[in-house]
Design a protein around this ligand. Sequence first.
Ligand SMILES: [Zn+2]
Length: 358
Amino acid sequence: MSLYDIDQIKQRNPIEEIIGRYGIVLLRSGTRLTGRCPFHKDENPSLVVYPETRSFYCFGCGASGDVIDFVRRFDGLGFRAALERLTGGTSQDSVTREERLPNRDQAPKEPRSLSLDDRMILTAASAVYSDVLLRTPAALAYLGGRGIGEMIIRRCHLGYSDGHSLSQYLQRRRLSLRRAREMGLLWRDGGEKMAGRIVVPEMRGDQCVWMVGRPLDNAHDPKYRGLSLPKPLLGYERVRGRQRVFVTEGTFDYLTGVGWSLSICALQGIKVQAQRLAFLERARRVFLVFDNDERGRDAVVFLTGLLGDRARVVELPQGVKDLNELGQLPDGRATFFELVRLSESRQPEEVRHAVPAR
Ligand SMILES: [Zn+2]
């Protein structure tokens, strides 16, 4: 099989056209199109297609990607088979049975609660990574560059994986390497999946229940690697039961907010599901601090729809990408609290009308 020119394939197969070919009706709304998502039971159209960036995103189930991802998922194909389908028209013949993958994504994911042993493994891993971070100047420098100082490192139990300290430690503590592999901490050969990454754990009390890793440079894929466990809300304990809650998008936005002592949580992306917002029941005010881009604004529109007049939208200044970037500006903190004050006096309705459909 010769190499494919992925960019060319994407160019020649406009995502909105291909999705349309699968029988999904897409309606234009500004620069994007919306329709019913084929990957979950979609009562309201929550699939958004972005022709400009050749990508799609579902606000209902979080399905996302480019045209190749869409074909893979819809037809249950491997990467190469999906490319063949796109380059060979819609011919089914170009795809052999063997290349069909079981379509696991469509089965409802059963969030499994963690056993005590699992928590011990994760907590041990988090402790190892915390230790390693403190003696890894490059990792500390990276955090410093993003405005994440010592106080946040301690508050959030941040860590760093050097790639080789974990399995020995688990063995010494007689914790199961097999479970560590299953949960996504280790590769088959014992290497660490978080190797070379800043690790942000999600804690429940003293116990770690999840973690996400971010490499020190942008050369590594994926940019964020989580465990093979259901992705929780990052910062759940900081917002549970609180009356004034900040909701943001990304891991580092969350860290910035913790540095400012906010009751803040991160959706870790913009996946927004109504049932996941139950934790906001008690909140009288929910400040939405999302990225300054089209997707962030779409998520805000979607969330204000769910939260009603409890929602307030904190709009970041022009040219500032996200909360973390704002935090890196010399007057970022003061600017932020001023923006929060401004948002309080604005009904979400006004924002909703001001934001969409360019
Ligand atoms: Zn969906």
